[in-house]
Design a protein around this ligand. Sequence first.
Ligand SMILES: [Zn+2]
Length: 70
Amino acid sequence: MSVDQRRRIEVDRRAFLEYEVKCPYCNTAVGPRFVTREHLDVPPNPPYAATVRCPKCKEIFEVKFTDSPR
Ligand SMILES: [Zn+2]
């Protein structure tokens, strides 16, 4: 998997909220606490993606929620 692919991962929203999503770089569990920016481009829907900063390796990547509108 290339670095660019790891920068944007698709995840289940519920799994993310439950901290079941793993950092693609170091496998640390990440969740809402580590969101640095929510993407609200599709009002009035909830965020369809968020930028996350891993608390362990400090890598920044985007999580896209798979239940979001396309
Ligand atoms: Zn990490």
